[in-house]
Unconditional design. Structure first.
Length: 367
């Protein structure tokens, strides 16, 4: 069955919130999920895309007076249905709410699953499984604050519960508490080193935090421990592409190769990417574009020369042809002109790029 989405809950606003407050909440929430669209984790990117779709629906519904009025009626009916379930819960204290919650999850109804699991934790607060199911239902609804709370309750009862640590670390990551997510994921990995997920979560948290070098280092560790693992391959691929982008100098949103260290580094990155299995189209395109940049950077290109250069070069060539070869000065000047021509008239592509970018060539990228 389709899950009814509470847009007010999604945005963290009251159902009586005014237009401006809702508009601001949509803007803030969209900014958060737009950032997660750049996550190295495919599942997280897919979830961010789904949430962006929900935000678009919320915007279309809540910022239109007529549509909002219709939606509010439907929301009231949904609230009444949930209240009826609550009343039924009050008269059925021995009902197996946890089993019911699991059944709701199997039916892809996380809203009812969360309600049932919540009743289960009220009925048996000492039951770690009830708290765990509640956390799973909350994750399915992207309610990571509630998932965090339920997972922490599990850990109070079972301090070394790997599934709880799994949910808690993911919740902290989604709530943008990246250092805590890294710590929890490493703790889970120590308890269960057979799972690649925990190492990959460390990489994701570091990546989203902006520590791309640390993320790449961890991605290599995960790949070494789980060679051929699809998730490990995807996350290393993303980190390598980002590392390549960071190595290049940038200006106005464009990337340039402006020194020989960048050439060497990018050649290594491209080589490593090409050695990975199952490259996706996006990565293949990045490799092709980077190879074009490398080819241009490593080649020499005619950049043009001032008139005085050709006049002076011609004059000294004529001097030599006229018999002034015994005089070393014309030869010396000609050597200087040739050296100048090699560097300034036919420079390497990276030299042309560096000259074009000016200070941006040394203020960004690998130096």
């Amino acid at each position: 069955m389709d899950t009814f989405v509470d847009y007010y809950d999604l945005l963290g606003v009251d159902c009586q919130a005014p237009y401006m407050e809702i508009e601001q909440a949509i803007r803030t929430t969209r900014k958060r999920y737009r950032r997660l669209e750049g996550s190295p984790d495919q599942a997280q990117r897919a979830n961010a895309e789904r949430m962006m779709g929900l935000l678009a629906e919320a915007e279309k519904t809540l910022l239109n007076a007529s549509a909002r009025e219709t939606y509010d009626v439907a929301l009231k009916k949904e609230d009444q249905r949930i209240e009826e379930e609550r009343q039924h819960a009050a008269s059925s204290s021995e009902h197996d709410w946890v089993s019911g919650a699991m059944k709701y999850l199997d039916e892809n109804n996380p809203t009812s699953a969360l309600f049932a699991a919540t009743e289960g934790t009220r009925q048996h607060p000492e039951n770690p499984w009830a708290w765990y199911v509640r956390a799973v239902a909350a994750v399915n609804l992207d309610r990571y604050d509630e998932a965090e709370y339920a997972a922490r309750e599990v850990l109070k009862i079972e301090p070394n519960s790997v599934p709880a640590l799994d949910i808690l670390s993911e919740s902290c990551l989604q709530l943008e508490r990246y250092d805590e997510a890294v710590s929890l994921a490493r703790r889970a990995r120590k308890l269960d080193p057979s799972e690649a997920d925990f190492g990959c979560r460390v990489v994701r948290a570091l990546f989203l935090k902006g520590d791309h070098a640390g993320a790449l280092k961890e991605a290599h560790k995960v790949m070494s421990a789980f060679p051929g693992n699809d998730q490990a391959v995807r996350i290393l691929r993303t980190c390598l592409v980002q590392d390549g982008e960071n190595a290049m100098s940038a200006q106005a949103g464009m990337s340039y190769i402006t020194n020989e260290r960048q050439i060497e580094h990018l050649t290594q990155v491209v080589g490593e990417l090409q050695g990975l299995p199952s490259l996706d189209d996006e990565t293949r395109q990045w490799i092709a574009e980077t190879n074009k940049l490398l080819e241009h950077a490593k080649g020499r290109h005619y950049a043009g020369a001032p008139t005085w250069y050709w006049v002076l070069a011609g004059f000294f060539v004529l001097c030599l042809l006229a018999g002034a070869g015994a005089n070393p000065i014309p030869w010396l000047v000609l050597v200087v002109l040739i050296a100048y021509g090699v560097r300034e008239v036919w420079p390497y592509g990276w030299q042309t790029n560096a000259k074009q970018l000016g200070s941006a060539a040394t203020n960004s990228g690998l130096q």
